[in-house]
Design a protein around this ligand. Structure first.
Ligand code: CP
Ligand code: NVA
Length: 309
């Protein structure tokens, strides 16, 4: 497979800092080829005779449906299951679950409450494991986001991406991506909701250009793209405090006006209109959120292809 680095173990897609830059670029190139091929009516079936388990410990619309469709369009079979409907939900260990599932399926994608569940599953499984979001990261989302950026604005290398809002799991994957893809990531957020300091240190020590600030203007001025996410992620139980802290970080028309004139707006969805972003922005001409959601399908085809072929 041209463009992909040699990998000897099961090819798990756990986080963007765990995969080298050339491999990530190869996955996106393949995803872009598969997007064009599908649009032109070309059908590639590299997952023929393969089965993928999709396990969810938390709700999902996009991840669940786009992975299911991606597997089917690539010629495979998928099994979507809520962790609550598995013995996992009543105490069977992650390790035992990993060993058993490895005897049935060719890959496992999981949305886990705790990041440790993902890493333990990957350590114990003999098949590739894919991160479909944890409390710490959301790498499939950010692969789709980079695809979307490049669809509109060309190579993301040396671009300036500005985030205004919670320094959450999606922001963490953006920080990984900034180092791997060579763009600047500026994040404006309240002090108590900043991304993990070790994560920022890792990115900076590996040459990543990261700016963490409490000033929205410092993050957004002259940016090529403005991104945000919900103020209250799944599992957060301090909604009132967060809404108060994050109010000044809402992406509205005034904030968009600080970015470049042709800047785009992205949001992983689901969105709360008039909380983290105004309806005017998310439903306005600079918003690319529907293409971004569509690209989950294409990006995950690239990821599945890499994991399984
Ligand atoms: N963006 C995203 O992962 O959406 P879901 O929670 O609907 O999967
Ligand atoms: N940060 C959000 C992303 C949802 C796709 C959450 O974890 O709930």
């Amino acid at each position: 497979m041209p463009g992909f680095g040699a990998v000897t173990e099961a090819r798990s897609f756990l986080d963007l800092d765990a995969i080298d830059a050339a491999t990530l670029r190869g996955i996106l190139d393949k995803a872009t080829d598969l997007r064009s091929a599908w649009a032109q009516g070309v059908r590639e079936r590299p997952l023929t005779d393969k089965t993928v388990a999709l396990i969810f410990e938390k709700p999902s619309t996009r991840t669940r449906i786009s992975f299911d469709v991606a597997v089917r369009q690539l010629g495979g079979e998928s099994i979507v299951v809520s962790a609550q409907d598995m013995q996992l939900g009543r105490g069977e260990t992650v390790a035992d679950t990993a060993k058993v599932l490895s005897r049935y399926v060719d890959a496992i994608a999981i949305r886990a409450l705790k990041h440790g569940t993902l890493t333990e599953l990957a350590a114990e499984a003999t098949v590739p494991v894919i991160n479909g979001l944890t409390d710490r990261s959301h790498p499939c989302q950010v692969m789709a986001d980079i695809m979307t950026y490049e669809q509109y604005k060309g190579p993301i290398k040396d671009a300036v991406i500005a985030w205004s809002g919670d320094g959450n799991n999606v922001a963490a994957s953006w920080i990984h991506a900034a180092q791997r893809f060579g763009f600047t990531f500026r994040i404006a957020c309240p002090e108590t909701l900043r991304p993990d300091a070790d994560l920022v240190r890792w990115a900076e020590s590996a040459g990543g250009k990261i700016v963490v600030t409490d000033s929205v203007a410092d993050a957004v001025n002259g940016a090529d793209c403005v991104v945000t996410d919900t103020w209250v992620s799944m599992g957060n139980n301090d909604a009132a405090v967060r809404r108060k802290l994050l109010k000044p970080y809402q992406v509205n028309a005034d904030i968009m006006a600080m970015a470049k004139k042709d800047a785009i707006f992205m949001h992983c969805l689901p969105a709360s209109r008039d909380e983290e972003v105004t309806a005017e922005v998310i439903d306005g001409p600079q918003s690319v959120v529907w293409d971004e959601a569509e690209n989950r399908l294409h990006a995950q085809k690239g990821i599945l292809y890499w994991c399984l072929s």
